[in-house]
Design a protein around this ligand. Structure first.
Ligand code: 4AD
Ligand code: MG
Length: 450
């Protein structure tokens, strides 16, 4: 008789489905038999009982109490399955629920030296990023990042922009030769793409408004908290568009993003101590500041720039550096567009303002709270003669742009677009100091591994 009962229990057990931890922390599951799979996050042994804080594969956390004898060899990060009854217990860590386990199955015992502990240096956490990804902070960041990508995509789909993909291996520079990564390409030399823009410009003739998201590469020699060597780049381009359209598209895109991310990832943002009210203070239209106004503000605040070896006061004609952008945005709650840069600080493709010689029809979008540039965009030069002279002036190889110049020969139209750095965006949304935290496997001058 006893044997028969045991058999029935076993049959029932194997039919019990696995639950995600986030699903079961509810009244309706109390007193029910639950089965979860995951890893040991924390472990405390008493004489008869062991308290396992378990993490599942979506970062859900729950306390499990099991007989000590079942987990004698258990170590942090061992993978296991626990079956037991769900109880509510005020004392239970991580939300007041606990599983009183009656069955434990160990999949793999982890080595006893899991290197990620509570207080570790940033460098060690980066060296072990493949394991650091299991920490609650990284899981939370990864989820927010995924939602950012989802909401951005939704906006483009809802607004009838066509998604395209463009090559990573390219023959020519988009954003100047100094940050190109050369790659051996059979018997030739290629580069890793800095921007999909030139390809998007080719696609607007047949697809209208297009957008893409993919990696861009910059051989940035500077070590800053906002530069990566490889970053995720969202770019959009459309025919028959104006500067005002470019402002409005980016405003609508960002407002849509923030409203949805703060709603869908509310708990995650709170966990990371992000002040959601401040984020949601963003309203349309964003402020607009001319480059000249920006320079006046920076001059009156004695902002310095690095000019080769020399440090000197910023003046009209200089590009804005990190300190400049910080000063211009630290007291703002709304992003701000800076427009009307001098042509000389912008790439060869930007269009000159027909009414203001030497001024580019471009705008950078700076994020508030001191974060600074998240996007650059503007109108593109349509005149082939001007374009050729700009390519020459920048010392770029004309031959590799012949296909791009064709776009000006066969029915060119006024057009423009912009590019947003995803990690810069995530850095602001979460309010993180270092851009390396906003990407799962960061690539910088000093880091190619893991
Ligand atoms: O300002 P950038 O260089 O502009 C372009 O590439 C244009 N062709 C985009 C376009 O109009 N289609 O790069 C665009 C954005 C920057 O504003 C910044 O957010 C991000 O890409 N970005 C970087 N992010 C992280 N690390 C780097 N090294 C970055 N360089 C640019
Ligand atoms: Mg830029």
């Amino acid at each position: 008789m006893y044997n028969i009962i045991i058999k029935i229990v076993c049959v029932v057990n194997t039919q019990l489905k696995y639950h995600r931890i986030s699903e079961i922390k509810k009244e309706e599951f109390l007193g029910k038999e639950i089965r979860i799979r995951g890893w040991v996050y924390r472990l405390r042994r008493q004489k008869d009982k062991a308290f396992i804080i378990m993490r599942d594969d979506r970062g859900g956390i729950i306390q499990c109490v099991v007989p000590s004898t079942t987990v004698q060899e258990l170590t942090i990060e061992s993978s296991l399955e626990v079956q037991g009854i769900l109880f509510k217990d005020e004392r239970a860590k991580e939300g007041g629920y606990e599983i009183r386990g009656n069955d434990v199955k160990i999949y793999s015992l982890a080595n006893n030296d899991f290197p990620i502990r509570e207080y570790q240096s940033t460098e060690l956490l980066l060296d072990y990023r493949h394991l650091t990804l299991r920490t609650r902070k990284m899981i939370t960041i990864a989820k927010i990042r995924a939602t950012v990508l989802e909401k951005l995509r939704n906006w483009f789909v809802e607004n009838d922009w066509i998604e395209v993909t463009t090559p990573t291996l390219v023959k020519s520079a988009v954003e100047g030769g100094s940050t190109l990564f050369p790659v051996k390409y059979f018997k030739d030399e290629a580069f890793l793409s800095q921007s999909a823009q030139l390809y998007l410009e080719a696609l607007i003739f047949s697809l209208g408004p297009v957008w893409t998201i993919g990696p861009s590469f910059r051989a940035e020699k500077s070590r800053t908290l906002r530069h990566l060597a490889e970053y995720l780049h969202l770019e959009a381009e459309a025919p028959w568009i104006t500067m005002n359209d470019l402002f409005s598209i980016q405003e609508k895109l960002l407002i849509h993003l923030i409203r949805h991310v703060t709603k869908d990832r509310n708990q995650e943002l709170i966990f990371l101590n992000r002040d959601i009210l401040t984020l949601n203070q963003m309203t349309e239209p964003f402020d607009k500041l001319s480059y000249s106004q920006a320079i006046d503000i920076l001059c009156s605040n004695d902002i310095n720039i690095q000019d080769g070896e020399v440090t000197r006061k910023i003046e009209w004609g200089d590009d804005l550096n990190i300190d400049s952008e910080k000063l211009l945005t630290k007291d703002r709650r709304n992003p701000v567009f800076v427009y009307g840069y001098p042509l000389q600080v912008k790439p060869f493709y930007v269009k000159e303002d027909p009414e203001r010689q030497g001024i580019a029809l471009t705008a950078d979008l700076l994020l508030p709270e001191g974060f600074g540039e998240v996007s650059s965009g503007g109108m593109r030069e349509e005149n082939i003669t001007l374009l050729k002279s700009r390519i020459k002036k920048e010392g770029l190889n004309m031959d590799s742009y012949s296909w791009y110049l064709d776009l000006r020969k066969y029915g060119s139209v006024p057009h423009g677009g912009f590019g947003i750095g995803i990690e810069r965006l995530v850095r602001w949304i979460i309010n993180l100091e270092d851009i390396k935290e906003c990407v799962l496997f960061p690539r910088t001058m000093a880091r190619l591994n893991p």
